[in-house]
Design a protein around this ligand. Sequence first.
Ligand code: NAD
Length: 502
Amino acid sequence: MASLSHHVHPHSSLNTPTIKFTKLFINGQFLDSISGRAFETVDPRTEEVITEVAEGTEEDVDLAVKAARVAFDSGPWPRMTGSERAKIMMRWADLIEENLEEIAALDTIDGGKLYTSCKAVDIPHVASLLRYYAGAADKIHGEVLKSSRNFHAYTLMEPIGVVGHIIPWNFPTHMFFAKVSPALAAGCTMVLKPAEQTPLSALFYAYLSQLAGIPDGVLNVIPGFGRTAGAAISSHMNIDAVSFTGSTETGRRVMQAAAMSNLKPVSLELGGKSPLIIFNDADVDRAVDLALFGILCNKGEVCVASSRVYVHEGIYEEFEKKVVEKSKAWVVGDPFDPKVQQGPQVDKKQFDKILSYIEHGKREGATLLTGGKRVGNKGYYIEPTIFTNVKEDMLIAQDEIFGPVMTLFKFKSIEEAIRSANNTRYGLAAGIVTKNLDIANTVSRNIRAGIVWINCYFAFDNDFPYGGYKMSGFGRDYGLHALHKYLQVKSVVTPIYNSPWL
Ligand code: NAD
């Protein structure tokens, strides 16, 4: 046990919810899987099984796609006016808020996420995200085109059809609604596969969608594994587009499966190794808070985590001392406890992976300043960990660890900072801390990443498009840009008669 704050606080069973939904949601019904198989979902606080969930495989995905196809080809959803769809989406948002505590508890026991954050941030945010896209549903329109001859021509923005969504476990609630909300606004129908680690809130959302009035077959939720249910979605001949969030390796497989089946368009939100660059005019205390928040928020299981922190040599010593002190005081423990700042990693696989990266970092010759060990002997808790003397080509500086592990670097010039920050195959996010506008503008224009935060971190909002450069993927979630993943453009042309041209 590294310090007093790194005790695992006692587990509260008080907030543990009764699990109501554990079956596949297809065509408005909760069903067992065709194979009859189920899989265990585990509480990372205790390593104990929470419940068994029906395990969807290829044949279940096929059934869900058939339902979504009928709902798209002849059902009411794509044929409603945008404002009718919006009304139902708004009702769903209200129901989510009414069930806030129960859903927050599901994400906490399934994913080890902080209960207070789920309650105060994740779930209220997705209700607002649904309303944002509901507001867009009746404003999707094409344009009148200019013709060089006598034609009247215009475009229609049509829903792309049946969409497949494949999402990861680190933000089960955010990811669900980042995908589903714009697709619904566009008039699509869909099949969503939650991550096998965190299926519970997705099934609760499916139930609420039905109460809100989303017609049967429009939203189908198939829990299951990637190599079976996930692969069946990306290779399905009757799914018209796939929106994926997850690792770069899996993204490549999804794209390959899409290419080898019906050439469906894919959008990929993948991994990251995001830099936070702190200049010597920064308020060091605030910069330390930002850097810790950037890597320890959601126990580092964040694709935009600030896992590489570059600090100007003028303030490096002070920064290092303070960041280590504060990191030692970081409270790791039961995510239901409001004093706790960091819960357990999502599962054993992720826990082992992080610890093995830490060992690798030590072997590579980086200096471990603090942390590096398991906390307690039950649950997947890991100490906040900071390395310095890290070389840019070390594995811990290049690979996405997806855990509470910061790598610290010292830099001398703005050019060096930009070059080092871009020395990665990823390009999801970046942070800059400075009071100097010229530096902020220069660096933000020269960083190859989908979002740049100046003097803040993790600043997301409904209207901020979000996605990757380079091997962090392509396509954008959030903002009105996301709607276009679920729409296609049709040109319609009519001649104008009595024209000298015809
Ligand atoms: P993962 O790629 O293994 O899993 C993500 C999803 O893909 C899961 O639902 C999984 O079941 C499914 N899947 C796995 N194999 C599949 C296959 N062959 N075909 C189709 N689907 C398959 O990723 P993970 O390890 O569970 O999640 C962590 C990764 O996700 C990290 O690398 C992280 O950066 C990334 N991530 C990215 C974002 C983003 O917005 N860019 C957000 C969250 C997580």
